[in-house]
Write a protein of this length. Structure first.
Length: 214
């Protein structure tokens, strides 16, 4: 099954709410990019306390592009976990010991768990195989920014991620010219930001993609 999921990389609550309103009729899940201005230079807005649950029947998959995902998860407001579908962190921020802790922490919250990276996953295949990961996220662009050109080795990295998790996802650079190639390589989940939200009619873009692939 192919999944098309909007991705929110925003810098203020107003834009966050606007984009939710634009896509909520056609999705029950959005990815939220959480950055700290250190792991990547960008710094995004996301505050679970200000989520408007009465207005949006949506779950959030958190993509942590931060230096210390363990601290973030440890301090995450437990009362807000009902909003969260899954949490993915970058392998670049986790060594073998902290990867164990990260997976255990996320799973203890009762949500899905994933790892992301710009790496060739063959290099860490043995390490990942011991975990029951829900998602391996292949970055189609350098993390932290949208509307970037897709990286040349994305297809190879999708192939290297196969059999490492229940779902192989791609984030960044996905569009109508390359999605078929990514699907053939093994990806089934796609997070799109600029391709949807830089369009004059984001809802139509999302609807067309879902009608074509879902």
């Amino acid at each position: 099954m192919i999944e098309i999921i909007p991705a929110l990389l925003v810098h203020d609550q107003q834009t966050f709410e606007l984009r939710l309103k634009q896509v909520s009729p056609f999705t029950k899940v959005v990815q939220v990019d959480v950055t700290d201005g250190s792991f990547v230079k960008n710094h995004t807005w996301f505050n679970t306390v200000n989520l408007i649950e009465e207005d949006f029947d949506i779950k959030y998959w958190l993509h942590l592009m931060i230096d210390d995902p363990l601290e973030y998860i440890t301090n995450f407001p437990k009362v807000e976990i009902r909003h969260i579908k899954g949490i993915t962190a970058h392998v670049e921020t986790l060594n073998e010991d902290t990867l164990d802790i990260f997976v255990d922490l996320v799973q203890s919250l009762g949500v899905e768990v994933g790892v992301a990276g710009n790496v060739n996953f063959n290099d860490i295949k043995l390490a990942l195989k011991q975990y029951n990961l829900d998602e391996v996220l292949v970055m189609g662009v350098k993390p932290g920014h949208s509307a970037e050109p897709v990286l040349d080795d994305t297809v190879d990295r999708i192939k290297s991620a196969n059999l490492q998790a229940r779902v192989i996802a791609v984030d960044g650079g996905v569009n109508e010219t390359n999605i078929d190639e990514f699907i053939k390589a093994g990806a089934t989940r796609f997070y799109l930001s600029s391709y949807i939200f830089n369009n004059e009619n984001p809802l139509k873009v999302l609807e067309d993609l879902r009608n074509e692939y879902v």
